[in-house]
Each structure stands twice: as structure tokens, then as C-alpha cells.
Design a protein around this ligand. Structure first.
Ligand code: PLP
Length: 495
């Protein structure tokens, strides 16, 4: 097997990684062709270098933008990969390593599709509706390839540091901080003025960064709590990172005197809108302890924006805004300088910052979102990502309501219609998840029931609730949603 370093220049040609599936004769011919191409490229690059150096005495000064074409090969590679539509059910990425017997890259197929160009639907394919992978946005970026594309030169921010002027050593580029502030300004969903921004490798990293740092401030062993049903990562992370400074204590059980009577300091984790229910939540104003508000879903396409939230500790993530979960970008907005430094310290010891490549991509994507809505907008408002996301999710919610409307066996959660200040009108429900309750007495395990119908959801007990509930993700690609809708219709029709 060849190593990466043997690969042809700029990834334009496929890598021979699947030697076993290729016959030896073809491989030898391919390598000899490759050598010829490589010799030609070398000769050509020598000629270009000769021309360049003879035309300037400043050998290491960058050529003026009008004469450089060093992005051309990268652009060709990106566009060559994108040329393959994979029947609309898969992708060829620039780094796709699957190659066919003809040496051409073959598609990475979406679930339930197969074949070299993903044209074949796998019959009776089970549907995975478990994770909140926000792939519904993929179509948006494919429809607007010019908006999301960014070029990263080889020398781009190689240092551990970002080194921006004015940076406090916080591993976040000034450009990304400004873009984040602009995005909150555009949507009116959160106050950022006079606040500190801590960047994280996804907000997943920031959940524990916040818990750890608040616990250090509280000085005694803190009880980490979350109201049932809670996003399961709160419990799993807190238990996994088991620390002498904090412990998982489950639901705050405000009605129970035992909890209120406890002297241990409290750190409350609260997602609003909630995952899994999509309800807006707020801790009572007289509750003790520090609350970490997780606003992963407080964006106009997922819930009506009713006010600019202004809590002490607030978490956000790029994942559910633009769908770029794989870039792993999240941020915390905090009021307290000491907490800010403690969280930065956590990020330093944990990952020594956040990928600069991801930051560049996030900055570009966020600027794109902002520019598409601001004056003069780069496109009609209706084509912006918040309109797109809301339209898709609204339609999905309506489909689910239709499916369950005549069912006495299953019920969907109720979500209120409220006025959204961003859209300037009422926003009907467009949640990322369906939180389904099994109504029949004998259906004690709603997750197992769904599994029997070839639907994988997420069991209610993972959210601290009972297995009479199951969560289904509505954030996936359209083909997956269609498959989910078909399986649910079949299940409901059984009575
Ligand atoms: C409530 C909530 N918070 C945080 C996250 C994690 O987001 P990230 O992709 O930024 O780690 C998720 C992901 O599903 C979530 O549902």
C-alpha cells in the first residue's frame, strides 16, 4: 500500500490505495503514465520558475494577484470532484480515496444507496434517525457552491498562535470573533457586547470546559444537574471526565426538599430550545447555582427568536447553524473575566486551541450567512440559510403531524407557534427532533418498538426520561427523511 507522500501532485489523480482490487497489469500501466505526467509537470514547472525568476529580482516576494495562478490546480481538483453528482445520492470529495478499476474516484454513497455512482437503492433499508447530524444543510451549500467555498494556502496560519493584533492569546482569530458577533447581531438572538468569546472544538468541548471552570470557582464539590429530559451528553461527559471538583447529580428536582436543602454548589446545564423536546426553558430566577445555557438550537430556522438572550454563560455551535458539524466549531459567550480565563486554560490543556483551518472556514461561512441578509444582501433574503432551514424543517414537521394525526398509539410533542423577531412574523414549529410518546400501556419500550419497524431512534432513558419516549432526528438529508416518513407511515397504519 502506498503512503500519502507517494500520491500525485495536488490530488488531481487518484491514489492507488486499493491494490488488491486492481489487476497488476493496469497498475503498472497507470504508474508509468503517472511518471510521464510527473516528468511533464516537473519540466513545465521548471520553465515557469525560470520565467518567474528571470522576470523579477525579488525571488521570495509574492507575485501580484493578477499574475498568480497557484490556486488553479486546487480549483480544478475541487471542481473535478464536484463534477461527479453520484446520482444525487453520494459525493466525491477532493480526498475521496475510493477508486474504481479504471482508476477514477468512485462515490461515497449516502446510507441506503450503493453502486459505483450510488444509483442503486438498497431495498427495505433500515432508517437511522438517531444522531443529530445536520446534513439537511448539505443541499443548501450544493445549491450555492460559490458561497461556501474557501481556499487555504499551504502557509495559512501554521503557528499554534493566531497572532492577530489585539488577540489575548485566546486561540480565536479576530475575524471569527467579529463574524460571530455580526451573526448574533443579525439574528438578534444574543447579547455579545462587552462579553468574552471562548472558542471550542465544537460546543461539546465547551460543555465540560464550562463545568470544570465553574467548579474551580465554586471551590467545593459541585453538583452538576440538568432537568429531565436533558441532552444526554451532559450526563455522559460529566460522568466520563469524573473529577474531584464536581459530580453528576441528575435532575434538579425542584419540588423535592432534599435537593433544595443540599448545601453543595450547583452547576445547571440547560439546553434551550431543549434537545430532545424543542421547548424553550429557563431556570427560575430564584434558583441557586450557576446555569450554563446551551443555545445550540436558538436560531431562527429552528425556533422563533423572541429576545436577545443575555445569560452569564451561553454556548453556541456552528453545527446547527450552517450544518458544518465536522468542522467542530463552537463558542461560549461569558460575562465573567475569571471564568473566561479558566475556560481558556481548559482549552489550552485539552487541545491547545481550535484548528485555524476550521476557523477560516467558519469565518467564511458565517460571513456568507450575514452577507446574504445584510444591506445590500448578496441574494434575496428568501434564499438565505435561515429561510431554507426553516422551510425544510417546517415541511418535515407538518409531514410528521399528518402521519401521527390519526394515531392513538403515538403522540408527538406540542410546540408553540410564536412571533419571531428575525422573520418578523409568527413561526410555526420547525424543530430538529421529534420526541415521540408511546401511548399504549403495553408499549413500555418505544425505542424497541421503532427498532422493530426498522427505525433507529434514541431511547428516552438516555435523556433521563423513560423508554416510553423515543427521539427521532429530523436534521438529516431529505432522502433519509423520506425513508423515515415511509417507515413511520407503515408503522402507524398497523394501528
Ligand atoms: C444541545 C446540544 N448541545 C451541544 C451539541 C454539540 O454540538 P457540537 O457539534 O458543537 O459539538 C449538540 C449536538 O447535537 C446539542 O444537541
Amino acid at each position: 500500500m502506498r503512503s500519502e507522500s507517494d500520491s500525485p501532485s495536488e490530488g488531481l489523480l487518484p491514489q492507488p490505495l486499493a491494490d488488491s482490487v486492481r489487476d497488476e497489469e493496469k497498475r503498472r500501466r497507470w504508474i508509468s503514465d503517472l511518471k510521464t505526467v510527473a516528468i511533464c509537470v516537473l519540466l513545465l514547472s521548471d520553465l515557469v520558475a525560470l520565467w518567474y525568476y528571470s522576470s523579477t529580482s525579488l525571488q521570495f516576494v509574492k507575485a501580484p494577484a493578477s499574475t498568480v495562478s497557484w490556486t488553479a490546480a486546487a480549483v480544478r481538483a475541487a471542481e473535478a470532484a464536484a463534477m461527479n453528482s453520484c446520482s444525487g445520492h453520494g459525493s466525491v470529495f477532493m480526498d475521496t480515496v475510493l477508486v474504481g478499476s479504471d482508476g477514477a474516484q468512485i462515490c461515497e454513497c449516502h446510507e441506503c444507496f450503493t453502486g459505483p455512482d450510488c444509483a442503486l437503492l438498497i431495498p427495505d433499508c433500515a432508517v437511522e434517525a438517531d444522531s443529530g447530524d445536520p446534513l439537511l444543510f448539505e443541499e443548501y451549500w450544493m445549491q450555492h457552491p460559490d458561497l461556501g467555498t474557501v481556499v487555504i494556502p499551504g502557509w495559512y496560519r501554521m503557528s499554534y498562535q493566531t497572532c492577530d493584533a489585539g488577540t489575548l492569546g485566546d486561540y480565536c482569530t479576530d475575524a471569527l470573533k467579529a463574524a460571530i458577533q455580526d451573526l448574533h447581531g443579525l439574528t438578534g438572538n444574543a447579547v455579545t457586547k462587552g462579553r468574552y468569546i471562548v472558542l471550542g472544538t465544537g460546543s461539546t468541548q465547551l460543555v465540560n470546559a464550562a463545568v470544570h471552570s465553574i467548579a474551580l470557582q465554586q471551590k467545593e464539590v459541585s453538583n452538576v444537574v440538568a432537568s429531565i429530559p436533558y441532552y444526554q451528553a451532559y450526563r455522559l461527559q460529566t460522568q466520563f471526565f469524573s473529577s474531584p471538583n464536581y459530580q453528576w447529580a441528575g435532575d434538579p428536582e425542584r419540588d423535592s426538599s432534599s435537593f433544595e436543602g443540599s448545601d453543595a454548589p450547583v452547576i445547571e446545564l440547560m439546553a434551550s430550545p431543549n434537545n430532545p423536546t424543542a421547548t424553550i426553558q429557563e431556570v427560575p430566577s430564584n434558583a441557586s447555582g450557576v446555569v450554563v445555557y446551551d443555545y445550540a438550537y436558538y436560531w431562527p430556522h429552528l425556533t422563533p427568536i423572541t429576545k436577545a438572550v443575555n445569560a452569564d454563560v451561553m454556548l453556541f455551535t456552528l453545527s446547527k447553524i450552517t450544518g458544518h458539524a465536522g468542522s467542530r466549531i463552537g463558542w461560549a459567550i461569558v460575562k465573567d473575566l475569571d471564568l473566561y480565563y479558566k475556560m481558556l486554560n481548559y482549552i489550552f490543556f485539552n487541545t491547545a486551541g481550535v484548528s485555524h483551518d476550521s476557523q477560516l472556514r467558519a469565518t467564511h461561512l458565517i460571513r456568507t450567512v450575514v452577507n446574504s441578509y445584510t444591506n445590500p444582501p448578496t441574494m434575496s433574503r428568501e434564499k438565505g440559510i435561515f429561510h431554507y432551514g426553516q422551510e425544510v424543517l417546517l415541511a418535515r414537521w407538518e409531514r410528521l403531524q399528518g402521519i401521527f394525526s390519526n394515531s392513538s398509539r403515538f403522540s408527538l410533542q406540542h410546540i408553540e407557534t410564536k412571533h419571531c423577531s428575525f422573520f418578523g412574523k409568527k413561526s410555526p414549529p420547525s424543530p430538529g427532533y421529534a420526541w415521540i410518546h408511546c401511548e399504549h400501556e403495553e408499549d413500555t419500550d418505544c425505542y424497541a418498538l421503532m427498532l422493530g419497524a426498522n427505525i433507529t431512534g434514541r431511547a428516552g432513558s438516555l435523556f433521563g426520561s423513560t423508554d416510553r419516549h423515543v427521539r427521532l432526528s429530523l436534521l438529516k438529508r431529505q432522502s433519509k427523511f423520506e425513508n423515515l416518513a415511509a417507515h413511520l407511515s407503515a408503522l402507524v397504519s398497523q394501528g
